[in-house]
Design a protein around this ligand. Sequence first.
Ligand code: FMN
Length: 335
Amino acid sequence: MNTQSIIRQAARLSVAPMMDWSDRHCRYFHRLMSRHTLLYTEMVTAPALVRGGALHLLDYNTEEHPIAVQLGGSDPKELAAATKLCVERGYDEVNLNVGCPSDRVQSGTFGAVLMRDPGLVADCMAAMKDAAQDIEVTVKCRIGVDDQDPEVVLPDFLEKVSDAGVNRFTVHARKAWLQGLSPKENRDIPPLDYPLVHRMKEEFPHLHLSINGGITTLDETRAHLDVMDGVMIGRAAYHDPATVLLGADQAIFGDTAPARTAHEVVEAMYPYIETRMAEGIRLHSITRHMLGIFTGRPGARKWRRILSEGASKPGAGVALVAEALSSVPEHIPAD
Ligand SMILES: Cc1cc2nc3c(=O)[nH]c(=O)nc-3n(C[C@H](O)[C@H](O)[C@H](O)COP(=O)(O)O)c2cc1C
């Protein structure tokens, strides 16, 4: 299999790009739970890389593959230059953000506002594709913005952007309201329209289409996969990673090797934590992503409390994580 088909296979399930959440520590942790799921970075803006020289934003651990980097921007030349940097760093996919509604991002003409200008997105993607060579360039978009009619806008967007050579899209199945709603509200308030996104797969059967928004379990994922090529999960993967990721290799990718237990995942983080702390990273920067692993299990509250209260204190290290872990029973007692 070449890289593109491996990534397309991995894209059956992906963890969404999430600013301040899906950083390299979080991705390493998620990777311990699923070998196959495609992991996205937080958005990195093309100006930060190309004009600001902030190449450290592209740092990742090789264990994170398959890994996609998400770029923000709307200048074809700058995006091409940024894509080249990402490809040189070994990313498996370069994705453009056409879904993020935040003010800061609007002011730079990035993100969801680009749903209004599919011609510009097509130009950006053509330039990125040229720079990416064999690495696939993809788009993450909404179904529309503001008063746009998604039934018209989404197929038009997919057609124009795929004409530029893009074959893989992830659609967050709700509109973004660019005025009046915060980024957080824009992830909850505009209603989800799964049937529209499913219809896009019928209309564009040659495209690889993933659906995103409000999906929280592997059962829901499998139901969407009856129609769609892929499912992207954001908040549920972050807040309840055990439910979403621990059985994913078996349920979604047909892996026959047994899944790790949540305890094994935490213990497998110890060497990583020690290595990063030796480089000066604070324990809290890593453990903040691990708080949800025991969601819904006895001891979960104590696990969270010990880590939240202790991980920022001087001297806190792996011993604190081990102490927190000992408060969670490894086997859930039968009634
Ligand atoms: C904290 C946070 C940060 C996010 N940052 C990004 C981002 O950088 N780029 C992006 O395309 N979407 C971003 N999103 C949106 C998610 O990728 C996803 O589209 C959205 O949360 C809906 O999926 P979910 O219901 O599975 O969470 C972010 C979401 C959250 C919760």
